[in-house]
Design a protein around this ligand. Structure first.
Ligand SMILES: Cc1cc2nc3c(=O)[nH]c(=O)nc-3n(C[C@H](O)[C@H](O)[C@H](O)COP(=O)(O)O)c2cc1C
Length: 185
């Protein structure tokens, strides 16, 4: 699979790091693009910064010289994790002024899989209307809401309850978080 992971400036950089840790560049073609504010939030939330696994290809925001900027070469899956309300609104309304937004536009128009992991609280009607637009356009919304029934004890384990659902929707087998009512040996 060709996968694009887009990281924006919402709280929850850990979700992006955990997702990247569980994508194997030997198996998949993995690309990464970050918004300008992503870097600010990463600096606040990840003491060691974002660690890109070997084989992951990083792209600048401003150059359209990336394969996924064109409908002729779209990714199979694009995940925006975590996703700000700003980026979500811009995607919902078709802004394409940088390569992250253009890629999301491409993924929607080419009917590929767009997974957004929004993080904001509380939500305004503007946010909810943008959610509605994106759902109608075919995107999948997986809010960055961890679950607690699996007994997660650390921030990483809590983050993984969200990342596991993202991997599920990408079609990538994983045992990142316990599944409800699962029989364990
Ligand atoms: C530490 C920090 C945490 C933030 N958390 C959120 C958040 O959870 N959700 C959100 O929509 N914006 C959040 N923001 C605000 C966005 O970073 C800001 O709106 C920015 O313009 C978004 O740009 P982007 O969508 O290009 O990343 C946060 C900003 C900072 C500095």
């Amino acid at each position: 699979m060709k996968i694009l992971v887009a990281i924006t400036g919402a709280s929850g950089s850990l979700y992006a790091q955990r997702l990247l840790n569980h994508l194997d560049p030997q198996v998949h073609e993995v690309h990464v693009v970050q918004s300008n504010y992503a870097q600010q939030v990463i600096a606040t939330e990840l003491p060691e910064g974002l660690r890109l696994p070997a084989g992951v290809k990083a792209h600048g925001l401003k150059s359209m010289n990336a394969p996924f900027a064109s409908g002729s070469n779209p990714p199979d899956v694009m995940v925006v994790i975590p996703c700000t309300m700003g980026t979500l609104g811009r995607i919902a309304h078709g802004y394409s002024e940088d390569v992250l937004l253009r890629a999301a536009d491409v993924v929607l128009k080419e009917k590929k899989k767009l997974i957004l992991v929004p993080r904001e609280t509380p939500l305004s009607l503007v946010h909810v209307k943008n959610f509605e637009l994106l759902l109608l356009a075919g995107a999948t919304l997986i809010p960055a809401n961890p679950s607690f029934y699996s007994g997660a004890k650390t921030a990483v384990e809590l983050a993984d309850t969200v990342v596991a659902r993202v991997l599920d929707h990408m079609g990538i087998p994983n045992e990142l978080a316990p599944r409800w009512a699962e029989e364990r040996e």
